[in-house]
Design a protein around this ligand. Structure first.
Ligand code: ZN
Ligand code: ZN
Ligand code: ZN
Length: 143
């Protein structure tokens, strides 16, 4: 998955706002992109430190929250753990009830575009959807 375009967009927007792109922040962005779907902050932290060893956990949390606030990333709460991922490109998730793995699903079956108004006044700004089930590995174990 190539997220470099998404990162470039964020960097450009931040520069336009006069926000400094520090090395730790850059590392968090790259880490979030590499972490894939629904990474928790610890995973992002671990990956970020590989790119920039001095990255602090507080910076990781702050940067993730900033990205969520500005709409660049999405956050899920699962069992008391916050999970994050870059919001683009649009996709859905296949969530395994056996091992908890989360896989991307690129097909979008929902025909309602953002910006559409439904039910006489509800403005749609986006949607979330996940398919629940069992991944191939878990199905083989279960027989
Ligand atoms: Zn995802
Ligand atoms: Zn599984
Ligand atoms: Zn969709």
């Amino acid at each position: 998955m190539d997220f470099s375009n998404a990162i470039r967009g964020i960097v450009r927007a931040w520069r336009a706002q006069g926000r400094r792109l520090t090395a730790p922040r850059r590392a968090v962005l790259e880490a979030l992109a590499r972490a894939g779907c629904r990474a928790d902050a610890r995973t992002v932290y671990r990956l970020a430190r590989r790119m920039y060893p001095k990255t602090g956990l507080v910076t990781v949390y702050r940067t993730l929250e900033l990205l969520v606030r500005e709409g660049w990333a999405e956050r899920w709460e699962e069992g008391g753990t916050a999970r994050y991922e870059l919001a683009q490109p649009h996709h859905h998730h296949l969530v395994c009830l056996g091992c908890g793995s989360v896989a991307r699903w690129e097909r979008c079956p929902i025909p309602v575009r953002r910006g559409t108004t439904v039910r006489g006044g509800f403005l749609v700004t986006g949607h979330r959807m996940e398919l629940l089930g069992y991944c191939k590995a878990c199905r083989q174990v279960r027989g």
